[in-house]
Design a protein around this ligand. Structure first.
Ligand code: NAD
Length: 494
C-alpha cells in the first residue's frame, strides 16, 4: 500500500492549482476551493472557484471557436476531428498511470477502478473519434419535384455539468461525443473531485486542440454551475448529477429554451429467480453495489430475490458481505470511502432511521486496520426485513448498501422492480428465455441487463433514464446524435 500511496502522491505537486481553462489559456482565479482526500481528510490540492464572469468568458471563447471567429474548429472536417479524438485517446493511454493516480486520490476509489475509469475515458475518445465521420442525415421521399434531405448539425456551445463520482469517465462520455459532432464545450466539473478532468484538459491543450474548443470552469454548483446553466448563449446542456439539482438546472435552461440531456440518479433492481446461475449472479450483485462505494448512479442497490431460494442465496451473500474490506483508494480494497463527511453523515442518519423502523443488517463488511479515522468510510451493508415503501427501498442512498426484498413469482417481481420513481438500469437473472423478454419489456428503465449487470460499463451502449433518472441518452452512437440537431432542406427542382 505504501508504494501505491507514494506513486499516487508524486503526481499531486505537479497539479497546477486553481486554474480554469478559458479560450485556450489557463486563468488563475482569485478565489480557490480546498480539495481534501476522502480517504484521510488531508488537503491534496486547491482548485479554481470560478464566478459568473469567468463562466461568461468561457462561453464567449467557446462561441468564438465554434463560429470560426477565433481558431479553426468550424473548418475542421468530420474526419479531421475524428483523427484528433483518436490521437487524444492514445495521449490519455500514455498518461494512464498519472490520471489513474489523480482519480484515485481525489475520489477515494480503488487504484484498480481508477485505472479502469481512465481506460474507459480513452475508449470514449477512440469510439467517438471513429464515429465522427459516420454520422449523417437522410434523404426523404417527398413530392416528385422535390429533393429533401436532413443534415445533422452541431449545436454550437455545449454546456456540460458533471459530478464527482466518475470525473474521468464522464468527461470522456460528454466531451468526446460533443467534440466529435463539431460542437465546442464549456465544462463545469464537480467541486468535490476534478483533478483528472484538469489534467485531461491540460493534455488536450498540449496536443493541439484549438483554443476555446474546450473550456473548463471549476467551482461551486451555486456559482459557476448556476451561471453556466442560465447563460443565454449556450445551445445545449448536458447535466449529470442528482435529480434535485437537475430540476434547478432544467429550470434555468428553460428560460432560453436550451435542449437538455439529464443523466440523474437511480435505484436499480437486481431480480434473481430460482433458475438463475446463482454463483455468477452473486458476484455481479456484490460488485454492482460496492463499486465506487455504492456512489454510482447505475448501482444495483435493490436485490429482489425469489422466495424459494431467498434463505440460501442470502446466506451466501451474507458470507461475501462479511468478507468485504473498506480502506483508502490507494490500498485497493474492496470498497473505498464516501466522497465527504456530508455524504457519510447523511447515509448514517438514514441507516439509523431504518434501524429504528425495524430494518435489520444481515451482514456488513469491516474497516481495514490501517484505514484512517479521518476517512469517510461506511462499510458495505446488507439490509433485510424492510417495511414496504421504506425510504431505503425508494431513495438513492449513494453508499454501499443493498436493500433486499422477496417475491413469489414473475408478476410480483415486475411490480417490485417498478416500485420507485427512478428507472436507470435493471438486472434480470433467469435462464427462462420467455421470462427474460417479458421482464425486459415490462421493466421501466433505460437499460436492462440479462444474466449480467452493467455489461462492463459498455461505452458503446446507449445509457440514460426514465422518470426521476432523467431523459436523453449518452454513450454509444445515440450519445453522438444527442449532440446534433436536424436541419431539413427541401429543394424544389421542378
Ligand atoms: P449534484 O447534483 O450535487 O452535482 C452535480 C453537479 O452539479 C456538480 O458539478 C455541482 O457543482 C453542480 N451543481 C450543483 N448545484 C448546481 C446548481 N444550482 N446549478 C448548476 N449546477 C449545480 O450531484 P452529485 O452529488 O455531484 O452527484 C451525485 C448524483 O449524480 C447522484 O444522484 C448520481 O446518481 C448522479 N449521477 C448520475 C449519472 C448518470 O449518468 N445518470 C452518473 C453519475 C452520477
Amino acid at each position: 500500500m505504501e508504494t501505491t500511496r507514494k506513486n499516487t502522491m508524486q503526481f499531486l505537486p505537479q497539479m497546477p492549482p486553481s486554474r480554469a481553462l478559458i479560450g485556450g489559456a489557463w486563468v488563475v482565479t482569485q478565489a480557490t476551493l480546498n480539495v481534501e482526500s476522502p480517504s484521510n481528510g488531508r488537503l491534496i490540492s486547491r482548485i479554481a472557484r470560478c464566478q459568473a464572469s469567468e463562466v461568461d468568458g468561457a462561453v464567449r471563447a467557446a462561441a468564438d471557436a465554434f463560429s470560426g471567429r477565433v481558431g479553426a474548429w468550424s473548418s475542421w472536417s468530420a474526419r479531421r476531428r475524428g483523427e484528433w479524438l483518436m490521437s487524444f485517446a492514445a495521449i490519455i493511454e500514455a498518461d494512464h498511470e498519472r490520471l489513474a493516480a489523480l482519480e484515485c486520490v481525489d475520489t477515494g476509489k480503488s487504484v484498480t477502478q481508477a485505472r479502469g475509469d481512465v481506460g474507459a475515458c480513452a475508449r470514449y475518445f477512440r469510439f467517438y473519434g471513429g464515429a465522427a465521420d459516420k454520422l449523417h442525415g437522410e434523404t426523404i421521399p417527398f413530392e416528385n419535384d422535390f429533393a429533401v434531405m436532413t443534415w445533422r448539425e452541431p449545436y454550437g456551445v455545449c454546456a456540460q455539468i458533471i459530478p464527482w463520482n466518475y470525473p474521468a469517465q464522464i468527461f470522456g462520455r460528454c466531451v468526446a461525443a460533443a467534440l466529435a459532432a463539431g460542437n465546442s464545450v464549456v465544462l463545469k466539473p464537480a467541486e468535490e473531485a476534478c483533478l483528472s478532468v484538469l489534467r485531461l484538459a491540460e493534455l488536450a491543450v498540449e496536443n493541439g486542440l484549438p483554443a476555446g474548443v474546450l473550456n473548463v470552469v471549476p467551482g461551486l454548483g451555486l456559482e459557476a454551475g448556476a451561471a453556466l446553466a442560465a447563460h443565454p448563449d449556450i445551445e445545449h446542456l448536458s447535466f449529470t448529477g442528482s435529480p434535485e439539482t437537475g430540476t434547478l438546472v432544467a429550470q434555468a435552461a428553460a428560460v432560453h429554451h436550451v435542449p437538455l440531456t439529464m443523466e440523474l440518479g437511480g435505484k436499480s433492481p437486481q431480480i434473481v429467480f430460482a433458475d438463475a446461475d446463482l454463483e455468477v449472479a452473486l458476484e455481479a450483485i456484490v460488485w454492482g453495489i460496492i463499486q465506487n462505494a455504492g456512489q454510482t448512479c447505475s448501482a444495483g442497490s435493490r436485490l429482489l430475490v425469489q422466495r424459494e431460494i431467498a434463505e440460501v442465496f442470502l446466506s451466501r451473500l451474507a458470507e461475501r458481505f462479511s468478507a468485504l474490506s473498506c480502506d483508502a483508494g490507494e490500498a485497493d480494497a474492496d470498497c473505498g470511502p464516501l466522497i465527504n463527511a456530508r455524504q457519510k453523515s447523511q447515509l448514517e442518519a438514514c441507516l439509523e432511521r431504518a434501524r429504528a423502523d425495524g430494518v435489520r443488517t444481515l451482514a456488513c463488511g469491516r474497516l481495514a486496520k490501517g484505514a484512517s479515522k479521518e476517512g469517510h468510510f461506511v462499510v458495505p451493508q446488507l439490509l433485510v426485513d424492510i417495511p414496504e415503501g421504506h425510504e431505503v427501498l425508494r431513495e438513492e442512498l449513494f453508499g454501499p448498501v443493498l436493500a433486499v426484498q422477496h417475491f413469489e413469482d414473475e408478476a410480483e417481481a415486475m411490480v417490485l422492480a417498478n416500485g420507485t420513481d427512478f428507472g436507470l438500469c435493471a438486472g434480470i437473472w433467469t435462464r427462462d428465455g420467455g421470462r427474460q423478454l417479458r421482464l425486459a419489456k415490462g421493466v421501466r428503465s433505460g437499460q436492462v441487463f440479462i444474466n449480467n449487470y452493467g455489461a462492463a460499463g459498455g461505452i458503446e451502449l446507449p445509457f440514460g433514464g426514465v422518470g426521476r433518472s432523467g431523459h436523453g441518452r449518452e454513450k454509444g452512437f445515440e450519445g453522438l446524435k444527442s449532440y446534433t440537431r436536424i436541419k431539413t432542406v427541401a429543394i424544389r427542382h421542378g
